[in-house]
Design a protein around this ligand. Sequence first.
Ligand SMILES: Nc1ncnc2c1ncn2[C@@H]1O[C@H](COP(=O)(O)OP(=O)(O)O)[C@@H](O)[C@H]1O
Ligand SMILES: [Mg+2]
Length: 425
Amino acid sequence: MNAPFKPVGLRDLFNAFVCDDDTLELIRVAAGDMGWPIEKCNKGGLRNAVQSLSVSASPNILFVDMSESGDPINDINALAEVCEPGTVVIAAGQVNDVRLYRDLLSSGIQDYLLKPLSLDQVRESLTMAQAMLSAPKHADMHDAKPHHMMAVVGVRGGAGASLVATSLAWAISAQADRQTALLDLDVHFGTGALTLDLEPGRGLIDAIDNPSRIDGLFIERAMVRASDKLSLLSAEAPIHQPVMTDGSAFFQLEEELRNAFEITIIDIPRQVLIPFPHLVSEVGTILLVSDVTLASARDTIRLLSWFKQNVPGSRVILVANKFQTAIGELSRKEFESSIERPIDVLIPFDPKLVSQSAKLGKSYAEICKGTKAAQVWTNLMRLVLDAADDEAEEAPAAAKKAKSGGSLLGKLGGIGGMMAKKGAK
Ligand SMILES: Nc1ncnc2c1ncn2[C@@H]1O[C@H](COP(=O)(O)OP(=O)(O)O)[C@@H](O)[C@H]1O
Ligand SMILES: [Mg+2]
């Protein structure tokens, strides 16, 4: 299905196919600034690009305007049919939709720019494309280490999702010795850093302000290290400042964390899940944390059914927290029969060790070490790592499928691999 490989010598450095005069003018200026020939900046959008490239060699860097495309993903796939391996593609369009952005990136597009374009934005994107071209190429992108992404979602505020996220992150990094990232998406009130006695830094806020800057290097600089094996990204955004994001920063962070770590744990407040449901579309494991109350039973039912519909491929582990035998609102049995499924892991209400952990600035799981309460964390860690290892075993088969499948990623000769390498240090 790939276009036959034509000799590299015949390739242009840069081609552009744009829909309107303003964009044409802007692209010419930007290409000129890069020192590239400007005569291959053409009027005519994605359709023209497909027509033209079906009869000529593909350039090293291709800029396509999708403004006139009715079905962008389909058209990008048509482009993949005629594009040779190694071409770095930048797309531009008028559709401001995170889902489209994500789909395009996973089709192998290097960047998607929203119109109207600014000269700075185009220059930055062209510079990135040039850097991609000169990055070392790795023939085998599948030697990248396996990665497992998990989301921790609290059924209600206060159920203990952040306690579970920080504890599990500590356990997996310190006891299972895996490179672990903790991403705390409660941008204003996150407690990830506080729990581990760290300053959150500006990393997450910078990422939200400037999603296009998020790459492997950014991750390396922005993550706060809790230990050799555990890094954290969280924020204490000023309360008067609303989070202004279309979600692309969060998705981009997920992509880069995937490249740089073995395990990523995302602490996602349920209200963040509502505007950005796709944040969990590629997680392997979802930890749903609930307390054993009536209100939580209701919302557990609703969230379980939402996950089943929206993320059918992921595994949901139900953690019941703050459990109290004698004075609890519901018994374990009552809770389980109302949600019609068993609890996977039960964490007792443990004010003594929890407050000790807060005073010492350590995760609860670390404080549990050597006590009876440690068993919970060993069990939970085992459940998660078994899921991770199962996924890793399935990964080579999935990768093979992806390679022969319909995405530009395979077709354009390992752009994904180059992106993966960029972050993996
Ligand atoms: N098992 C537990 N025993 C006692 N206190 C707990 C337990 N789990 C969580 N807590 C406390 O409950 C409060 C809310 O927990 P947190 O993890 O911030 O919840 P969430 O992130 O779901 O809003 C915190 O003060 C935390 O220390
Ligand atoms: Mg929380």
